[in-house]
Design a protein around this ligand. Structure first.
Ligand SMILES: Cc1cc2nc3c(=O)[nH]c(=O)nc-3n(C[C@H](O)[C@H](O)[C@H](O)COP(=O)(O)OP(=O)(O)OC[C@H]3O[C@@H](n4cnc5c(N)ncnc54)[C@H](O)[C@@H]3O)c2cc1C
Length: 374
């Protein structure tokens, strides 16, 4: 199909926008909300190829977390301590703001706390050696009082070392509810949803940007904000972004679960939680790195089998369970584990590469974009 615009479309419906936010995941939507709240008279379009967003925001595990001890130790190997600390503080503040902005009940948020369990003695000893330093770091940068403390988890009947690190500040949310309430807010504010447009080109024209979809429908705006996360390389190949598929399996409801909370293991690569009487378990992409560096949502059996084995060997040893469903989402990684939030030129900004942390970072990064516009 080739798109030919009518007079009504070009003169009214698709006339120049003040702002276009490309990508209607949690990041794009929160950016559009912040801009419209600050500039209520502005004309803002939220553009996406999918009716309900199709990336990571509607497909994650619903964790409200800011980093386990083994994840933070792993981050120290790649980035200076000050950067790791700043990122953890942003994630912590982001979760607080998310709950404030949208309301705990509206997003299904529960402050259950989190546990990092250990199946590996070396990782456990590493955590033992570092957790006090990390507590001090988080206290200094974010005012968090004793983020991690040891707790015996034998009553949870998992096959792991008896002591886990408990963090009382983390919790779980309902990702479906979160996306819905953010959508509602965007629509209430009068942000114009233009969903179903698979944007293939962005182009700078005099004092404006144009974006066009595969059928040639073209929109023009004064300020373009790109929030397409893992899919940004198709439009801006110069950015350091690689896709990372995250796979999830969900069990059928189980009779009795001896735990309530979110769980981390293996440097944050394994994560699980209870969800409506079921267990949701995801991750393990570190064991299949090359294969999972993809934009393809169609997950592969070997990762699912790894997760199922983890369920039967570690989480539910000796218990029967059945898998109800499985899905995947696509995250954006790069050499550095920090998002790219910057102004590219007078009419173009980007807020991408969430490095698997966009649920927590959304409220803070959308403020950062707002400050770059103001
Ligand atoms: C399995 C899994 C577990 C996760 N766990 C956590 C966690 O514990 N904590 C945490 O904070 N975060 C977590 N995340 C990451 C979090 O979900 C993401 O960082 C966040 O959702 C990214 O939001 P986004 O809006 O930047 O990107 P996305 O949600 O990917 O949205 C990008 C949007 O852009 C649209 N788009 C892309 N290209 C185009 C185009 N050319 N034209 C039109 N539209 C386009 C897509 O359709 C999509 O809707 C997890 C993610 C996954 C997959």
């Amino acid at each position: 199909m080739v798109y030919f615009s009518s007079y009504w479309e070009s003169s009214i419906l698709l006339r120049k926008f003040d702002f276009i936010v490309l990508g209607a995941g949690l990041i794009g939507k929160q950016i559009a909300i912040k801009i419209k709240t600050k500039y209520p008279k502005s004309r803002i379009a939220l553009v996406d190829r999918s009716p309900i967003s199709y990336g990571a925001s509607t497909r994650n595990a619903g964790f409200a977390c800011f980093g386990s001890v083994s994840e933070i130790i792993d981050d120290f190997k790649r980035s200076p301590q000050s950067e790791v600390a700043e990122l953890a503080a942003k994630r912590f503040n982001g979760i607080v703001k998310l709950v404030e902005d949208f309301g705990a009940d509206n997003i299904g948020y529960r402050n259950t706390g989190s546990y990092e369990i250990y199946t590996d003695k070396i990782e456990y000893n590493d955590a033992l050696n570092h957790f006090e330093t990390i507590n001090q770091m988080l206290s200094d940068v974010a005012g968090i009082d004793t983020a991690f403390r040891w707790q015996n988890v034998q009553s949870m009947k998992m096959k792991c070392l008896p002591d886990a690190l408990f963090n009382p500040y983390e919790g779980m949310l309902n990702s479906g509810m979160l996306n819905e309430v953010v959508n509602e807010k965007a629509h209430q504010l009068g942000i114009i949803p233009l969903y179903g447009l698979n944007i293939k080109h962005i182009q700078k024209i005099q004092n404006a940007y144009q974006i066009s979809d595969e059928n040639g429908m073209t929109l023009t705006c004064d300020q373009l904000i790109i929030a397409t996360n893992a899919f940004t390389t198709e439009l801006m190949p110069e950015l350091d972004i690689v896709p990372a598929r995250g796979q999830i399996v969900l069990t059928k409801p189980l009779d009795h679960l001896p735990f309530d909370g979110i769980f981390h293991s293996d440097k944050g690569y394994i994560y699980f939680r209870n969800l409506d009487g079921r267990i949701l378990l995801g991750g393990a992409r570190n064991h299949f790195e090359e294969q999972e560096e993809t934009h393809d949502f169609n997950g592969l059996d070997n990762v699912q089998q790894y997760l199922i084995n983890y369920l039967s060997e570690v989480i539910l040893p000796g218990r029967n369970f059945e898998i109800e469903s499985a899905w995947s989402g696509i995250m954006a990684m790069g050499k550095e584990k920090v998002p790219i939030v910057k102004r590219m030129d007078d009419h173009l900004l980007v807020c991408v590469r969430m490095s698997g942390m966009g649920v927590a970072l959304g409220p803070v990064l959308s403020d950062e974009i707002l400050s770059l516009i103001s």
